[in-house]
Design a protein around this ligand. Structure first.
Ligand code: SF4
Length: 225
């Protein structure tokens, strides 16, 4: 809060209000995770379930934090790709939510043509990581005909899973979003590739075994019900 006090209760009260008022808005709560709070995620999840259990229109998910301030995302409190992969698989197993890979088109806000972020002064950005960076502004709601189109197309099509040789040869091609486009662009500019691969790739066998066990357990359960 501007006066330095915490915003926890304010956020919870606001969510409370929203959930009581309508079922029409699906609320997604992103919980940022790194090594320092990885054990708190489950606790928070249980707390929120106790609080809002009867509401089905909210969903909480763990978002693995990345260190965009350095060249490597495995430093200090940040997970390495392997650690992130292990954490996410463990969480899915604990919650019976190991999902099978599904076909979906690659992309996020950064790679979709009509998705933008609008800053407090009406300025346009293409990615959350750029918010507040004046060198990443490509237009404004106040001057809609003055848009830096090259900037947009850099984000949308250059580079992409479709042109990346590793992706073309990868078994995950049709089920992977190709990872963070912001990171891909950064890597291209700096010529320092960092893996943007889907976390499950780090332990595919474990992942598939967990999915199989979960499916078998459910079948058994259905049989006895
Ligand atoms: S897992 Fe990695 S190599 Fe495979 S399609 Fe995704 S980004 Fe490309």
């Amino acid at each position: 809060m501007p006066d330095g006090s915490g915003s926890w209760n304010v956020i919870l009260d606001n969510i409370d209000m929203l959930l009581k008022k309508t079922n029409d808005i699906k609320l997604t709560i992103r919980c940022n995770i790194d090594k320092t709070n990885k054990n708190d995620y489950q606790v928070l999840k249980e707390k929120l379930k106790t609080k809002w259990g009867e509401h089905s229109n909210y969903y909480i998910y763990p978002a693995v934090l990345r260190d965009h301030g350095t060249d490597h995302s495995s430093q200090c409190n940040f997970f390495s790709n392997q650690e992130a992969s292990e954490f996410l698989l463990e969480e899915s197993i604990k919650n019976n939510q190991v999902t099978y890979f599904s076909l979906h088109p690659p992309g996020c806000v950064a790679t979709q043509l009509n998705s933008y972020l609008i800053g407090p002064d009406g300025e346009f950005y293409k990615c959350w990581n750029d918010l507040g960076r004046t060198d990443k502004v490509f237009g404004s709601v106040f001057t809609p005909y003055k848009i830096n189109q090259k900037f947009i197309f850099d984000y949308i099509i250059s580079p992409s899973v479709f042109t990346d040789k590793n992706c073309q040869d990868c078994v995950f091609f049709f089920v992977c979003e190709g990872g963070c486009q912001w990171q891909r662009l950064k890597d291209m500019e700096e010529n320092k590739p960092i893996s943007t691969c889907v976390f499950a790739k780090n332990q595919l066998t474990k992942y598939l075994e967990a999915y199989y066990s979960q499916k078998m357990a459910k079948k058994k359960q259905d049989f006895y019900d």
